[in-house]
Design a protein around this ligand. Structure first.
Ligand code: GTP
Length: 620
């Protein structure tokens, strides 16, 4: 292919035969960033004087402040047997909530380094991504890292990895990202083992988006891998899922600082800037083509990011509602998976029903809303999506327990997941017991080595979203690693439990649970609320109900709180002060039916068991 007009640093449309696209699959802390540092150094793209630990991670921080572009894909030159090769190292998000994005990053590569800490062995998260890489038919380069550690057991873990991917233990490379030992050999191995990209240079352009990020100054920066043809500076491009067209204001590669070029050709990985302001116009998995000569077929595998977990977010101070709306809209610019719609709750006022990819996604979003936008929020208990088939055959997608139909239903379906747990063999019993108590059914078990096993369970998503991982950790002394992926849905015996105060339903406390767990949920909520709601001037019954059937009941006894009782003598100003204070307190009460509930009671009742425990202890 003939090179096109280009800036001096980066020739556009490099010969695909010298391109090697790879990613690094590793568990947190197994040393991905440190190894990447050594590669940047050895290939000479970062000069020794500019080198700082975790170079690429630091760029993230800068990007968050809007200064530079995050380096999702770094280009590095490498001399091998008198030829200069171009490596593209592509970053993969690590967490299961973002597994679709992981899959797109893998689809942009031909090879993957499987990086395993030589003192720890492989973990469930790594395993899940390894299987994904195998599905994409990537060349796998197994590598043990941290061999400089005294605790390293490379022979033992080389056996484990060899057994897992079907190679010889001697094929497993041994490196130290810290000292640099073995890294050069690894780079040579990448040239030898990772296939060059294949594509049709003369066909209409097709490039797959594997990441897109919002940059305050430059708008959306889209990372693509060109499959066929080529994309050039200033040309009009088209997003194939939406048909929207944009002009390519800038195109280039990161090495690792962004450097613009004349274009990108077959097999090349780089970034595009079009000036759009919203990542939803540049979605991960979508295909980019040239507007004046569009391709016919999209690159397969595109999926809309689908929320798996829903939760209601309400500002504690009702007047913050517009701030919350604006904040969510801003976050959405950089998070195509976040979706929300307004929700009104009788108990909590105006807020939003927000869909998330998983609990981590929820936590990150909530933290960002609180930290960056100074919001105090109540989030309702997260729930999964249920398909409810009513008696007449009508299908309801229920994302909020309060929408659960009251009438008779034919069938309720809930999402299930395939989960993988890796533990030392001594904990098999504990893991099985826990999974079974969460309605899991075992789908398999394999010994990775004599001491470590991989256990697979099919489980309802609703059973793992809350506290499953915490329980798993505590029952396995912290040794378990856990991963899951969606596996469709199945029918289940589920019911809605309502909580009533003085006979009125409190929508924020309604929950959908398995029939067997309904009773314990009802009892728990009723007794928790009894503690949290102050006595009123009349008796207040708290009830838990399935439909019209009451399954649990507590009473808050009547009392009139006399704030002046301790105020002896005639100091009128002190009395006034106490009465003022009482008035202030009342302002923060919410009226639910005829019952006044302090805001704090909602927060405490909706917090997890663990948090509730902490709060209780703090009060004491
Ligand atoms: N002794 C030794 N320590 C290493 C080596 N590689 C990484 N480390 C250390 O292991 C820890 C984790 O390394 P990182 O490179 O941050 O690991 P990571 O996988 O990128 O971690 P995340 O960014 O959290 O995903 C750091 O304290 C490193 O200094 C190595 O080869 N030898």
């Amino acid at each position: 292919m003939s090179p096109k007009a280009s800036t001096p640093q980066v020739p556009a449309a490099t010969d695909p035969n010298v391109i090697r696209n790879f990613c690094i699959i590793a568990h947190i802390d197994h040393g991905k960033s440190t190894l990447a540092d050594r590669m940047l150094q050895l290939t000479g793209v970062v000069q020794p004087r500019d080198m700082k630990a975790q170079y690429l991670d630091r760029m993230d921080i800068e990007r968050d402040r809007g200064i530079t572009i995050k380096s999702q894909a770094v280009r590095m030159p490498w001399e091998y047997q008198d030829e200069t090769y171009a490596f593209h190292m592509i970053d993969t998000p690590g967490h299961v909530d973002f597994s679709y994005e992981v899959s797109r990053s893998l689809a942009a590569c031909e090879g993957a380094i499987l990086l395993v800490d030589a003192a720890q062995g492989i973990e469930a998260q790594t395993l899940a991504n390894l299987y994904l890489a195998m599905e994409h038919e990537l060349a796998i380069i197994p590598v043990l890292n941290k061999i400089d550690l005294p605790a390293a057991m490379p022979d033992k873990y080389a056996e484990e990895i060899a057994h897992l991917i079907g190679c010889e233990p001697d094929d497993v490379l041994r490196v130290s990202g810290k000292t640099g030992e073995g890294v050069e050999a690894l780079l040579n191995k990448l040239v030898e083992e990772v296939p060059a990209p294949v594509g049709d240079a003369d066909a209409p352009a097709r490039a797959m988006i594997f990441d897109s990020v919002y940059d305050t100054y430059r708008g959306v920066v889209t990372f693509v891998r060109v499959v066929d043809g080529q994309l050039s500076h200033r040309e009009k491009i088209k997003m194939m899922s939406t048909g929207a067209t944009h002009e390519l204001l800038e195109i280039g590669v990161s090495q690792p600082e962004p450097e613009s070029s004349g274009g990108l050709g077959v097999g090349e990985v780089g970034y595009l800037i079009t000036g759009v302001k919203d990542v939803r116009q540049s979605k991960v998995g979508d295909t980019v083509t040239a507007a004046n000569r569009p391709a016919e077929d999209i690159i397969t595998g595109y999926q809309e990011p689908l929320p798996m977990v829903y939760s209601g977010l309400f500002p504690i101070d009702g007047s913050d509602f517009p701030v919350l709306r604006e904040a969510l809209e801003k976050l959405q610019l950089n998070d195509a998976a976040l979706n929300f719609e307004p929700e009104v709750s009788a108990a909590l006022g105006f807020g939003f029903r927000v869909g998330f990819l998983g609990l981590l996604h929820l936590e990150i979003t909530r933290q960002r809303l609180e930290a960056e936008y100074n919001l105090d929020l109540i989030s309702t208990a997260p729930n999964v999506i249920y398909d409810v088939v009513e008696e007449g055959g009508e299908l309801h997608r229920v994302t909020n327990p309060s929408e659960f139909p009251d009438g008779k239903v034919n069938e309720i379906r809930e999402p299930v997941v395939d989960s993988t747990i890796i533990v030392p063999a001594e904990f098999i019993g504990a893991v099985m017991e826990l999974c079974q108590s969460r309605r899991g059914s075992m789908s398999g078990m394999d010994y990775l080595s004599e001491e470590r096993v991989e256990i697979r369970y099919k489980m309802p998503l609703a059973e793992i979203v809350f506290d499953f991982f915490d329980l798993l950790k505590s029952r396995t002394k912290g040794y378990a690693s856990f991963n899951w992926q969606g596996a469709g849905d199945q029918a289940a015996d589920l019911v809605k439990v309502d909580i009533l105060l003085q006979g009125d339903k409190v929508d924020a406390f309604s929950a959908i649970t398995h029939r067997e767990h309904a009773y314990s949920y009802g009892v728990k909520m009723a007794s928790r609320l009894k503690e949290l709601i102050p006595r009123q001037q009349y008796e207040v019954p708290i009830q838990a109900a399935i439909g019209s059937r009451i399954i649990a009941r507590e009473n808050i006894r009547a009392i009139r709180k006399d704030v002046l009782s301790k105020c002896y003598g005639g100091d009128i100003s002190r009395k006034r002060k106490l009465l003022e204070k009482q008035k202030e307190g009342k302002k923060r009460m919410k009226m639910v039916g005829t019952v006044e509930i302090p805001q704090e009671a909602f927060i405490a009742a909706l917090s997890s068991d663990e948090e509730a425990g902490k709060e209780k202890a703090a009060k004491k």
